[in-house]
Design a protein around this ligand. Structure first.
Ligand SMILES: [Zn+2]
Length: 234
């Protein structure tokens, strides 16, 4: 009787442990959170880890998800066609909404190209572009995978046009670098405007991509590989 009890109480615990480790850890010992139920448990204990769906929180932001089309550097759908939502961790989402409100007072607004990016997509990017200036090394994971990075620009609310930033999104050339100054004065001012307002609310620029910003936080947000659909329907 005692033996029976031991078998049926200890084995499930061991099995759960093994499943947990394989669900959370990818290669190179980078912890990757793949389990929706584990994520749900986490945000119950630490609500600041919540992945906030941006469109429902701030419908006035314009979204243009290049990776849900073929119009991106990969030339293929990296997110399911028709993806219309994205996520940021709660503190980053709260800051982004403040930026939108401040820009709105000047007749301007944000257009978002990408924010949270499931870890498996970063692995696909790396297969094509093994250059850490532009694509995160999957061994480390990216801030997009952690829900703390965003790719975006500013638009004129009257026309809907993007401010001229000198290059388009995902232009992997020197011209997209913040240090590249052989551009017209209005372009340099537009980049500066985006950089300043993002910095004001806690987002740091990346030297090689004028559109990419990372929310600065002492919190170590885990890398996620959970689909948009699962996060939205949780
Ligand atoms: Zn980015």
């Amino acid at each position: 009787m005692r033996k029976w009890k031991l078998q049926y109480t200890v084995y499930p615990v061991v099995l759960t442990g093994v499943l947990y480790v394989s669900a959370v850890y990818a290669q190179n010992n980078l912890p990757v959170e793949r389990s929706l139920s584990h994520y749900k448990k986490e945000i119950k204990e630490a609500p600041y880890l919540e992945m906030v769906e941006l469109k429902s929180r701030e419908p006035s932001i314009v979204y243009d998800f290049k990776y849900a089309t073929r119009n991106n550097f990969m030339g293929r759908y990296m997110y399911p066609a028709g993806t219309r939502i994205t996520f940021l961790r709660k503190p980053a989402a709260d800051s982004l909404i403040k930026i939108q409100r401040e820009l709105n007072k000047e007749g301007l607004g944000l257009k978002v190209f990408d924010a949270y990016r499931p870890y498996s997509v970063t692995r696909h990017f790396w297969e094509l572009v093994k250059d850490e200036r532009y694509v995160a090394n999957p061994a480390k994971g990216s801030h997009h995978n952690r829900g703390t990075a965003i790719d975006l620009t500013i638009i004129d609310l009257n026309t809907g046009d993007e401010l001229n930033m000198g290059t388009g999104f995902d232009n992997f050339s020197d011209t997209a670098h913040h240090g590249f100054k052989q551009l017209t004065e209005p372009i340099l001012q537009n980049r500066e405007k985006l950089k300043n307002i993002m910095a004001k609310y806690g987002f740091a620029a990346l030297s090689t991509e004028w559109w990419h910003y990372t929310y600065q936080s002492p919190i170590k947000f885990p890398v996620l590989d959970i689909t948009f659909k699962k996060l939205a329907n949780r």
